[in-house]
Design a protein around this ligand. Sequence first.
Ligand SMILES: *Cc1c(COP(=O)(O)O)cnc(C)c1O
Length: 402
Amino acid sequence: MFNTNIINRFKSLETPFYYYDLGLLRQTLDACRNASAQYGFHVHYALKANFNPKILDTIQSYGFGADCVSGNEVNAAIEHGFEKSKVVFAGVGKSDKEINQALDADIFCFNVESVQELIIINDLAEAKNKKANVAIRINPNVDARTHHFITTGLEENKFGINSWQLNDVTETLRKCANLQFLGIHFHIGSQITDLEVYKSLCIRINEMQDWFEDHGFPVKVLNTGGGLGVDYHHPDTNNIADFEGYFKVFKDFLNVKPGQEVHFELGRALVAQCSALVSRVLYVKNGLKKHFLVLDAGMTELIRPMLYQAYQKIENLSQKSEVRSRKSEDSDNDLGLKTQDLRLKYDVVGPICESTDCFQKDVELPESFRGDLFAIRTAGAYGEVMASGYNLRDRVQSVYSE
Ligand SMILES: *Cc1c(COP(=O)(O)O)cnc(C)c1O
């Protein structure tokens, strides 16, 4: 992602900023489109992972649909050219205003998360003399084997409708003349790297679609959600998710009947690797037991490490770009080590007035100095979109490879 030219370009730029490698984004989108197209699968991009306008325009140009979790995301998707007929709207707390926006936009489908929500969508659709397409988001009670902060498909989670409530769902659907039942929807969590998990999901989906058909509701759409993970530890050598392996699990284990459509909602796997947060070292604090690097970026620019205990690789770009000349005149020290070989353990922290504002503890790095450029890798998903104005910080900037 980084070469000397790019790092030299960064030297004159104000930090912090998100750097987007649009070439890598396109390679990722190509890989996903090719892998899904061979089975005729439909892919929606989950906007919440990154709604940077340039990213949205690029993804839209590949013909993907949009998976939205707010009324504003529905509007943004349509403004950026995603086809209305490919927009789905999920979320456990859709407000009346948001439901009305989506009804006005004639989106493809509401992914509905409770019986009460079904009734409200029906009432609002009736008032507009419209029929709303709905899919039932079912909580499959499948363990995504990911961090518990980003698990969504267990009965203890707030998302979806549990299987013992499904009789209530079909009774409600029968009464609601302004709802059109399209199918069933699932989303069990994020950063899923064990593909066996999706095999378990397929088995549950097969049971659930049979249940609906047995109760007189033909299932046209099987929406399996998203969650495919990326390799946060190897952002250079493994920079494109295993789309082939992922879609093949569904091809092999999902019981797809004639006329049925299979839908996916991918966020992280499409955008995570194409971006890094670039920052400068403001201060180096050498303590007795600990060394701190204080960066000019913090939890206000990238909150994943603090919010989810997430690992993101941290690199000193200045050391990467040049053999450090600053001290290397007197290079060979008593031990015969070159200065650039000196590695130290640092806590890499931000400037925000919170003790949790720490990207990573005990990171082994080359000796680092004030002004060094740093990259926090794999920051394209749930990075820029979660930036905040806490401490009245400047809004984080974006820089593109082209
Ligand atoms: C967030 C979300 C996704 C995307 O999840 P990723 O882990 O980014 O792939 C898909 N579907 C729903 C309903 C979501 O809330």
